[in-house]
Design a protein around this ligand. Structure first.
Ligand code: DSN
Length: 420
């Protein structure tokens, strides 16, 4: 791996500090992961130098035999892994992938519905500050008191407002998504159902979360979360999608290029192909299953230590902590206290948050990276105790320093990126 180091001492020094941070900290932001050394090599390859506007065998520039080969390989692997008819691997990330879905299925001003951001939804599912709400008529649905999706509201919006596009998916929803209920509602009003599996792609690939393939018309994802690839995006069209609109795959491709983007990042696509190859191996199923086992063990440990969780647990890789028993709007303070103690996670709004998105009352955490490092339920029990101790006494700097030292020792038992 040494050959990846550059010889610019200033850049090298910053990267070296980040390597150390990734080795010595419990990184628990649920949308992050640690890619394999092979993925790192692929994204650091000379494919970064190539312009490849267009699609394999239909490029606008010469010299694309190798980019064609890598992009076709990524597409074939994604089709096999998820069992879909068509895949576009060019979106630079999740937001452009989602915007391309709007471009492919709607006209400006058309109606769309998605989960509200404070309830766990994504910006691009129609939240008010996003272009998806500025250029389209967005009506948002919510979760109920119990933290689960309010299907009465989804049905009401569907009946009264007839959205042409329904989004299912989230950034802070700890429970399994009921795809079939969304699918029934979408079919009744002849809407497109787009399922954004960015957070759970690795769990779907590993068979520990139900697959949306037989329910959705379109599936979008990022490639860098539980799927453990580089930062990128993909759009998949299912058999059901092609039955609804035989032109859907072409519309999606046209929306990505030339509709939204210029040259695809073929070095990233090489990294995606590598990550998909890893996800096709049997051991990835064990990895995905362990992510969920770890998240459940961590959730139990937190609750045993009197920490309140939205929906009282998790079915996935992700946990949302409700900090209101300790005060309103404490998310950021506690996230900082935990960072001082060697645990990196993010402050997050909780459903019906009594505070603002700038001062949210929750924290969001997950287990993809700890699982990549090889940690199991035993370690989760201890990590839950560390986190609970810091939450309950979040102004105690001495405690934070003590836990940080213990976490450095724990991390050393589960080394990563050796040789870097
Ligand atoms: N920023 C991502 C996340 O953390 O969930 C969503 O885009």
């Amino acid at each position: 791996m040494k050959e990846l180091n550059c010889t610019d001492p200033e850049v090298d020094n910053i990267i070296a500090h980040e390597v150390l941070r990734q080795k010595e900290v419990l990184n628990m932001i649920p949308s992050e992961n640690y890619v394999s050394p092979n993925v790192l090599k692929a994204i650091g390859s000379v494919l970064v130098n190539k312009y490849a506007e267009g699609y394999p065998t239909k490029r606008y520039y010469q010299g694309n035999a190798n980019t064609d080969a890598i992009e076709l390989l990524a597409i074939e692997r994604a089709k096999k892994l998820f069992g879909v008819e068509h895949v576009n691997v060019q979106p630079h990330s999740g937001s452009p992938a989602n915007f391309a879905v709007y471009m492919a299925t709607l006209e400006p001003g058309d109606t769309v519905t998605g989960l509200a951001l404070p309830d766990g939804g994504h910006l691009t599912h129609g939240w008010k500050v996003s272009a998806t709400a500025k250029f389209f008529n967005s009506i948002q649905y919510h979760v109920k008191e119990d933290g689960l999706i309010d299907f009465d509201e989804v049905r009401k919006i569907a009946k009264e407002n007839k959205p042409k596009l329904i989004w299912c998916g989230a950034t802070a929803y700890p429970r399994e998504f009921p795809f079939e209920e969304f699918s029934k509602i979408a079919d009744e009003i002849n809407a497109y159902l787009a399922v954004d599996i960015a957070h759970i792609a690795g769990l779907v690939a590993g068979g520990v979360h139900k697959s949306p393939v037989s329910y959705a018309h379109i599936i979008t994802t990022t490639t860098h979360k539980t799927l453990r690839g580089p930062r990128g995006g993909m759009i998949m069209v299912t058999k059901k999608g092609l039955e609804k609109d035989p032109e859907l795959a072409k519309k999606i491709d046209k929306a990505v290029f030339p509709g939204m983007q210029g040259g695809p990042h073929e070095h990233t696509i090489a990294g995606i192909a590598t990550a998909l190859g890893e996800a096709l191996k049997p051991e990835f199923k064990d990895y995905a299953s362990q992510i969920v086992k770890n998240a459940k063990a961590l959730a139990e440990s937190l609750m045993e230590n009197n920490i309140k969780l939205v929906s009282n647990g998790t079915d996935t890789h992700l946990i949302l902590v409700d900090l209101t028993p300790f005060g309103i709007g404490l998310g950021k303070y506690i996230a900082v206290a935990l960072e001082n103690a060697g645990v990196c996670l993010n402050a997050n709004s909780i459903p019906k948050d009594p505070s603002t998105p700038f001062k949210p009352s929750g924290i969001r955490l997950g287990t993809p990276i700890l699982t990549t490092r090889g940690m199991k339920e035993k370690e989760m029990k201890q990590v839950g105790k560390y986190i609970a101790d810091v939450i309950k006494d979040y102004q105690n700097i001495e405690l934070q320093n003590k836990i940080k030292q213990e976490i450095i020792k724990l991390c050393a038992e589960f080394p990563v990126y050796e040789g870097l």
